[in-house]
Design a protein around this ligand. Structure first.
Ligand SMILES: Cc1cc2nc3c(=O)[nH]c(=O)nc-3n(C[C@H](O)[C@H](O)[C@H](O)COP(=O)(O)OP(=O)(O)OC[C@H]3O[C@@H](n4cnc5c(N)ncnc54)[C@H](O)[C@@H]3O)c2cc1C
Length: 382
């Protein structure tokens, strides 16, 4: 099992409580919630009670006021049980936007309910017409008296079906590209003109109610602009992206570990040609490669986290972590599934869920091609 040098007693204790919570409250329900396509709100509240949702939220706003390392611990624990459907990482990312850029009134208004799980959060960037090219979003938020009048549609939104609070990426100046982007907070309850469209039928991440959202002449007060100034949205997104990419990298690491563990259990039991699958040299080599890559991945991601803490993590290094970790995750999961033979293709085996869940990691959070583009751009300077 990988060791993270930054993990001290308090991180292990927090990890133990997250693990116990997931064992007691998540695992008995995982099949049902997969069928439902949703993790119920009650579970969010229980997660809030043990501090998973508010670990990094300041204490004066209902959180535990801990460092982002504690979030990393939770993401690793979730990945280690082979789930990526419960969208609490997106929820936590949304809270980070408010903590980092919200006014004192905004923090006081929204953070306590996000920490307790009373409210579930989402982030809505992607639109039917644009994903990678974020500056091209068309959703508009135009001033109208004391309100913003919002029109547009979003798609592929994690937690979209159940979100009470959405960080919406919209253009307050539709004639500009990056400088026209602002983040507007949307409180969905009873909001006229707002509608959740289709809950999308996905290959994996079955427990998440990923959805389409539409905004038709939706009015929200101008005080819902995140921060004080319009046109800051693109900058705010760029500031948060390195950590978001590391979160994906930690999830990739945890999922790869989960794949290795479940495969070890399988190949030690299953026999062919009178011997354990574990005893074939091909199996031993594939698992040795997986274990090695997991160690290298952990060392790299931990290094990135240390640099992030010191304010030194560059966008290109975070991009390296995102593309490489998710590529390695997909490769390890694929190799592990192969070692299960036909059983690996059956839904009752965890490895099949790990396989279908892994694929999207190369797509969301900025596609891996966009990550390589970012890295290449940093190389192509005089
Ligand atoms: C399950 C799931 C959950 C998601 N959750 C969220 C969410 O919570 N919030 C949210 O806002 N979005 C979410 N997304 C959307 C996700 O971030 C986008 O799908 C992603 O950014 C890619 O955008 P796109 O689908 O429009 O692809 P496109 O941008 O159309 O890209 C298509 C292909 O072209 C490539 N490409 C595009 N531009 C370039 C370029 N300049 N150079 C080289 N190749 C390029 C891409 O890499 C990709 O291979 C989610 C998606 C999925 C599938």
């Amino acid at each position: 099992m990988t060791h993270h040098l930054w993990m001290e007693e308090e991180h292990h204790a927090f990890g133990d409580s997250v693990r116990r919570f997931l064992e007691d409250e998540f695992q008995p329900n995982r099949d049902q919630w997969k069928k439902d396509g949703l993790v119920p709100k009650d579970f969010w509240k229980k997660a809030g009670e043990i501090g998973i949702l508010g670990a990094t939220i300041p204490e004066e706003h209902g959180g535990l006021g801990l460092s982002r390392h504690f979030d990393a611990v939770s993401f690793l624990e979730q990945a280690k049980i082979g789930d990526s459907g419960w969208g609490f990482s997106v929820h936590n990312i949304a809270t980070h936007y408010i903590t980092a850029f919200g006014t004192e009134q905004q923090k006081a208004k929204w953070l306590p309910d996000l920490a307790s799980g009373k409210k579930v959060a989402a982030i809505a960037m992607t639109e039917p017409g644009t994903g990678s090219d974020l500056q091209a979003v068309k959703t508009s938020a135009v001033k109208d008296g004391n309100n913003y009048l919002i029109n547009g549609s979003k798609t592929f939104i994690t937690n979209g079906g159940s979100a009470d609070l959405i960080v919406l990426v919209a253009k307050t100046d539709p004639s500009s590209r990056s400088k026209g982007v602002s983040l507007i907070m949307i409180e969905t309850e009873g909001l006229e003109g707002f509608a959740v469209g289709r809950r999308l039928d996905k290959m994996g991440m079955k427990r998440n109610d990923t959805a389409e959202l539409s905004f038709q002449d939706v009015r929200v007060p101008q005080t819902n602009l995140l921060g004080l100034e319009e046109g800051q949205g693109f900058y705010q997104l760029m500031r948060q992206l390195p950590w978001e990419r590391l979160i994906l990298a930690y999830s990739a690491l945890g999922a790869a570990q989960c794949a290795l563990n479940t495969t070890l259990d399988y190949v030690r039991e299953r026999k062919a040609f009178g011997q354990r699958i574990m005893d074939f040299q091909n199996t031993r080599f594939k698992l040795a490669e997986a274990a090695t890559k997991i160690e290298i991945l952990a060392a790299f991601v931990d290094q990135c986290l240390a640099e992030l803490d010191q304010g030194k993590l560059t966008a290109e290094k975070a991009a390296m972590a995102k593309w490489w970790s998710t590529d390695v995750q997909c490769e390890i999961v694929d190799n592990c599934l192969q070692l299960h033979g036909g059983y690996g293709y059956m839904n009752e085996y965890l490895i099949s869920e790990l396989y279908t869940d892994a694929r999207v990691q190369k797509i969301y959070g900025g596609t891996n091609e966009i990550m390589k583009e970012l890295i290449a751009r940093s190389l192509d300077v005089d």
